[in-house]
Design a protein around this ligand. Structure first.
Ligand code: M6R
Length: 615
């Protein structure tokens, strides 16, 4: 969601704040702002609506430069209050406290009413301004900034990652988190904060990941951290493995495009040390994995968006390969149900970011319902809330994913899930050595197969012109391809703003076929599997209603081309593991090229944020 960056240094901090904001823009981008304490300890703030570029222009257009050694900055994804300058962060209370916030203060209306009675006035519609006033009020009875923040946060219900500065304490930033991510960057003659380590990679690789409820006082040469109980604690400094170049565009026009083409390498990296010549390495899921997997009786997968679609594919694999019951549910529903969680459940969360609020809360809910379950998270983010809360972690090594539309995170999640199905199947003896080797061989072929699928880009680009004036599209698939159709529809919706739906092809005749006419393009996926014959009949049903169709097929599927139907062979000899991963590629390329034709903001589609860390 929102992005936070800040620092205390012996140099001017403004350019670092802007650079950090640019790197964080993928998290939210309806407004941005920064504030710096100038030499005479007064606040100097700039805020703009829209992209970070607007903030940069705003700063350039000023007569007086904003300069100082300590400052905080923010990119906003609106939750409370429209995108506007007055709602943009940082917020200020009485020229004494300023802060940036990621999260939601749920009881802000009660707090606001109380603060109005105390004489505080409000200049925004946000839930954040109450935090600034609460800290300012606490400063009247506390002798340090950190003590004031400790006192103020006691009154908040909700989630927060906060960076706070005060004109009365010009040598420090106070940072605290609960339910929202926040890291401290450890520098030379400088220390920093950010909601995501990527914001700080140009200045440091050393990070302290604050734990839930931690609060830190950050000075140029000293970092002091207390836990949620107020005890002084020592948190480890971790050296980030991320490379700075990984978050640059290189020769590509968009991050989404770059990330689509990075998939062969991302899959290779995710497989590295997780397979041997002919078997899966079960301990890749953690040293306790073998014991846990041997004992489980059923699987519950929880995720949102693209990660949920990966979960649906996994259900087919886990039931087919590991012969274990698997349920999949979106986190925002699960967390508010009263689900039954039997002993022997492996509770799996899937999340690129590891920070999606609904997924994190669903995991916490599950642990409350049955503390005996085992938990596994599959994530692309090593130091995330999900990894901290789970018994087992499997890291997809996709590298940073910046484009809001998830691409390489999805295919690497599928790789992880295939390894999981194979590991459980092996331990439960539902597959033999030969079958395990077959799966491993398929996984090894993936980078090459993805490269082959990427070669279809020119043809897919041509087809994308068909969507120029279309408002809807239907995606069809059977079995795991229904989940891939869901993923294709989600991609098209989010970056080209075309309404798209996915249906299991056999379900068409129960309603959606009524939608089909020449204005409704239908995209179908035709692997060469046991359902091919049935899918071909479904394609005839669609064709006879006049639809323009695009069929992505396995070369051996030999789908007969008809009028206004384009059949595109993607590659051949795909199996039950490789097919869903490979057929994802043409759908990603299609949505990317349609978005270019529709001239949308591919990497930052409207209304969306990369990581949804609020409810
Ligand atoms: O970080 P997560 O995988 O938990 O994120 C879940 C969804 O918010 C995410 O997949 C979203 O649907 C993407 N924008 C899809 O491209």
């Amino acid at each position: 969601m929102c992005g936070i960056v800040g620092g205390v240094t012996n140099k001017d901090i403004t350019s670092l704040l802007l650079e950090g904001l640019n790197r964080l823009e993928y998290r939210g981008y309806d407004s941005s702002g920064l504030i710096v304490l100038s030499k005479n300890n007064t606040f100097n703030r700039a805020r703009s609506v829209g992209k970070v570029q607007n903030l940069e222009d705003n700063l350039k257009a000023r007569d007086h430069k904003i300069e100082g050694n300590i400052g905080i900055a923010h990119t906003r994804w609106a939750t409370h209050g429209e995108p506007s300058i007055s709602n943009a962060h940082p917020h200020i209370s009485k020229n004494s406290v300023s802060l940036v916030h990621n999260g939601i203060i749920e009881n802000y209306i009660d707090l606001k009413n109380n603060q109005l009675k105390k004489g505080y006035s409000f200049s925004s519609d946000t839930d954040t301004e109450v935090i600034a006033h609460a800290i300012d009020f606490a400063m009247k009875s506390c002798s340090t900034l950190i003590a004031s923040v400790q006192l103020a946060i006691k009154s908040f219900t909700g989630s927060y990652g906060l960076g706070i500065i005060s004109s009365k304490y010009p040598d420090q930033i106070v940072a605290t988190r609960k339910g929202s991510p926040l890291v401290i960057g450890v520098g030379k003659n400088a220390n920093y904060i950010a909601s995501d380590q990527m914001a700080l990679l140009s200045v440091t690789k050393e990070f302290i990941f604050l734990e839930e409820g931690d609060i830190a006082e950050i000075k140029i040469d000293k970092i002091t951290i207390y836990d949620s109980e107020g005890n002084l604690v020592n948190r480890k400094i971790i050296t980030s493995q991320l490379k700075e170049g990984q978050v640059d565009l290189g020769n590509y026009d968009h991050f989404m495009q770059k990330e689509i083409f990075e998939q062969p390498q991302a899959v290779r990296d995710t497989l590295e040390s997780r397979i041997t010549n002919d078997s899966v390495v079960i301990s890749a899921f953690g040293y306790k994995a073998e014991k846990i997997f041997s004992e489980i009786k059923q699987v519950q997968i929880i995720a949102c968006g693209t990660s949920y679609n990966a979960g649906i594919v996994a259900k087919y694999w886990l039931e087919d390969i590991a012969k274990i019951t698997c349920n999949v549910e979106v986190a925002s529903e699960y967390r508010y149900r009263r689900p039954i969680l039997l002993n022997g459940t492996l509770f799996i969360t899937l999340s690129q970011s590891g920070e999606t609020a609904d997924t994190v809360e669903a995991l916490k809910t599950a642990k409350k319902i049955n503390s005996d379950i085992s938990t596994l998270c599959i994530t692309n983010s090593a130091e995330s809330s999900l990894t901290r809360l789970s018994d087992l972690t499997f890291l997809t090594h996709a590298g940073p994913e910046i484009g809001v539309a998830s691409t390489k995170a999805f295919t690497t999640q599928l790789v992880a899930l295939a390894l999981l199905a194979c590991s459980i199947g092996k331990l439960k003896k539902s597959i033999n050595k030969k079958q395990e080797k077959g799966i491993v061989d398929g996984l090894k072929r993936l980078p090459g197969l993805i490269n082959e699928a990427l070669l279809q880009e020119t043809q897919i680009k041509k087809l994308s012109t068909r969507f120029k004036n279309k408002n809807s599209a239907l995606f069809l698939g059977r079995g795991t391809m229904h989940a891939i159709a869901m993923e294709g529809a989600l991609k098209l919706k989010e970056i080209s703003y075309i309404h798209a739906e996915a249906y299991p092809a056999g379900e068409l005749k129960h309603g959606p076929i009524a939608l089909i006419d020449e204005n409704m393009p239908v995209i179908a996926i035709a692997p060469n599997d046991e359902l091919l014959g049935k899918l071909k009949s479904n394609l005839h049903e669609v064709k006879s209603r006049g639809s323009q169709m695009i069929v992505f097929e396995d070369e051996n599927s030999k789908v007969e081309s008809m009028d206004a139907m384009e059949v595109i062979p993607i590659t051949s000899n795909l199996g039950r593991i490789t097919a869903p991963i490979i057929f994802t590629i043409p759908l990603q390329l299609l949505s990317y090229h349609v978005a270019l034709i529709k001239k949308t903001d591919v990497d930052k589609p409207r209304n969306l944020a990369k990581s949804v860390t609020v409810e």
